[in-house]
Design a protein around this ligand. Structure first.
Ligand SMILES: [Zn+2]
Length: 125
């Protein structure tokens, strides 16, 4: 199994409720790591062109960059926590790469240098 990972960033604000307490609106400079995997390399020796991954990632992240996440349609009923942001990006990337041989394997969202959340499918690490 081969895995490639790209890193992108975006900035956004959100308000979340933790322990029943609604936090004040605040922003993060989010960093996002998106990994794709393939059992075998293609004829050119790669999992997927990094540029393809970056192209699709930038399209997804552009919708969130400099936004108030709570106002976006996909977070209307789902709290915009780092966990849910990771799942949202995962689902969008999976759809965007549906014609590729490589599959999205995990998405990690860093909301600070010391705190991250990861979404992935299945039991693989
Ligand atoms: Zn926050």
């Amino acid at each position: 199994m081969y895995r490639v990972t790209i890193r992108r960033t975006f900035s956004a604000a959100h308000t979340i409720t933790i322990g029943g307490v609604r936090e004040a609106m605040h922003g993060h400079n989010f960093a996002v790591e998106i990994s794709a995997e393939a059992a075998e390399l293609d004829g050119e020796g790669i999992v997927i062109d990094f540029r393809t991954l970056k192209h699709h990632a930038d399209a997804v992240l552009k919708e969130m960059d400099h936004s108030y996440l709570n106002d976006l349609v996909f977070f209307k009923t789902t709290p915009p926590t780092s966990e849910n942001i990771a799942r949202h990006i995962f689902n969008r990337m999976e759809k965007a790469l549906s014609s590729e041989k490589a599959t999205i394997s995990r998405v990690t969202v860093w909301e600070s240098e010391n705190a991250r959340a990861t979404y992935r499918r299945g039991a693989r690490g």
